[in-house]
Ligand binder design. Structure first.
Ligand code: B12
Length: 306
């Protein structure tokens, strides 16, 4: 037996049948420093989940980390593999589907295992060919398939930092501030101004995150949250659109209230272009312009992130 674990194929961040130029496979250039022109960071983050899975099963495993389609095809055709595991998130549904269909057609004897957040949508189960379907944690799931001891201790692989491939301790903290209004229980009573300053004072870089197009936002109040986020003076500032995803209470609530817009492809549900639900105060087009304006405002006030 031999397992191939793969994330979805590139290129990313280009307009093609599988993706769009608004959805790059990068943290900073896509969702943090995107309006900072020349100063925008370019980082490549490995598929942690796959390296974690490979480290924790005994069956010989190869990881393809964001391969080209050609490389994926070559690997599947090598004849080495009895199982191919595809990891994907919802916006990459079409890529996972194309990959699984290729495996089926190239060698029907290979067992296909689907995993990752993309398995939370029912369409993955019904439209993507598979033999095994993993929702949630994958180590035990794979150990079960390969007849291994499910309770063996978990080992964390050594994953190099995306920055200079360093191996570091905690030097960076990403904090979900979400909104000035403390709409979420986790943030009630937190003095973010103080918290960010304390962490930075101890040498920890902080990224704060604010969610735009929450229900209480209109054309004025959205700026209160944008300005609040910027005022915290973190090292990095992320703005993300509210994005109802299957399996969440928000999604169920919006479906029940008829707020989900029909016909928006999965590849457009990523949070850095247009919202995919109906908002009382913003059209889809406005959600794109306000998001861009938020990033631009942060750049104007705070300068480049460093
Ligand atoms: C790191 C990260 C990234 C990194 C790297 C992603 C990567 N491939 O590793 C970067 C910055 C590139 C990234 C980008 C994006 N991300 Co991201 N990311 C994360 C984050 C914070 C952690 C992922 C992680 O490594 N977890 C740790 C590992 C161990 O867990 P895991 O990957 O889930 O894997 C476990 C299981 O899922 C399962 N599993 C996974 N794969 C497989 C495969 C098989 C075969 C099996 C059996 C099991 C299995 O087993 C693993 C071990 O238990 C998550 C949030 C979260 N808490 O998970 C969001 C998250 C995955 N990202 C998300 C999104 C939306 C995006 C973007 C679209 C955002 C954007 N607009 O920029 C882009 C993607 C761009 C694109 N072109 O596709 C969403 C996905 C939502 C969904 N329901 O699909 C998440 C859940 C955040 C959120 N709550 O919205 N992301």
């Amino acid at each position: 037996m031999h397992l191939l674990l793969t994330s979805v194929f590139g290129p990313f961040g280009v307009d093609d049948p599988f993706g769009s130029r608004y959805n790059k496979m990068e943290l900073f250039h896509n969702q943090v420093t995107r309006e900072q022109g020349l100063f925008s960071f370019r980082f490549n983050h490995p598929s942690f989940g796959l390296h974690f899975l490979a480290e924790n099963v005994s069956v010989p495993t190869t990881v393809l980390d964001f391969p080209s389609y050609a490389k994926f095809v070559r690997e599947v055709r090598s004849g080495r593999y009895t199982h191919v595991g595809i990891s994907f998130i919802v916006p990459n549904f079409e890529k996972a589907k194309a990959m699984a269909e290729f495996v089926r057609q190239a060698d029907p004897g290979i067992q296909i295992i689907l995993g990752g957040h993309g398995t939370s949508i029912p369409e993955s189960r019904t439209q993507i060919p598979h033999d095994h379907y993993c929702v949630g944690e994958g180590v035990r799931f794979l150990r079960r398939i390969f007849g291994e001891n499910e309770d063996r201790a978990l080992v964390h692989p050594l994953v190099h930092s995306s920055f200079n491939k360093n191996v570091m301790g905690v030097t960076f903290l990403w904090m979900g501030v979400e909104s000035k209004k403390a709409c979420y229980e986790k943030n009630a009573g937190v003095d973010f101004q103080d918290l960010v300053a304390q962490l930075r004072g101890r040498g920890i870089s902080v990224m704060t995150s604010v969610i735009l197009f929450e229900e209480h936002h209109d054309h004025e109040t959205i700026w209160e949250d944008i300005d609040f986020g910027i005022s915290l003076k973190a090292d990095y500032m992320q703005f993300m659109q509210l994005g109802p995803m299957n399996g969440t209470t928000l999604y169920d609530d919006y479906v029940a209230r008829g707020k989900m817009l029909p016909g928006i492809p999965f590849r457009e549900r990523h949070g850095q272009e247009k919202i995919w639900f109906s908002h009382p105060a913003f059209s889809r087009e406005e959600s794109q312009t306000f998001l861009t304006a938020a990033f631009a405002q942060d750049y104007r006030e705070s300068g480049p992130s460093y």
